[in-house]
Design a protein around this ligand. Structure first.
Ligand SMILES: [Zn+2]
Length: 137
């Protein structure tokens, strides 16, 4: 873990989520376009990614472009980020072995941080905050 780049790491809490299992929550306001934390872990290729997903049921792997993936299974916080179809965060490049979580809009203290996982299966039977709100109407 690179200690020079904490950003909002210490202001992110892991708590039970209404969406799915645990989630990560902001404990202070975070302005739009701020880097919230860095996404670090084992850097692996596509074959190893597939193996870990299938054999270890690992769902904590982020794609980092081309044949490069980051396994965040040993991370304290980012592994718990949940999906939302209308998320308040997005994932962007940082360097070849690191991604960053960025605020897509102003986030208020207490809000759950979410990203769009962006793969087809997630949109079927989606139970995210946004889809729950739509069903409630
Ligand atoms: Zn949804």
């Amino acid at each position: 873990m690179n200690n020079k780049h904490h950003f909002y790491f210490h202001h992110i809490e892991v708590k039970d989520s209404l969406v799915h299992g645990k989630g990560i929550f902001a404990s202070i306001d975070i302005p739009e376009e701020e880097t919230i934390l860095l996404i670090e872990g084992d850097v692996i290729d596509g074959n190893e990614c597939e193996r870990r997903e299938e054999e270890e049921n690992n769902v904590y792997i982020f794609w980092n472009g081309d044949d490069c993936y980051i396994d965040t299974n040993n991370s304290e916080k980012i592994k718990y980020v949940n999906h939302d179809c209308d998320p308040n965060c997005y994932v962007d490049e940082w360097d070849t072995s690191t991604l960053q979580l960025v605020a897509l809009r102003d986030i208020k203290a207490g809000e759950e941080l979410t990203i769009d996982y962006g793969y087809e299966e997630i949109y079927e039977n989606c139970n995210c905050h946004t889809c729950q709100a739509k069903k409630a109407v």
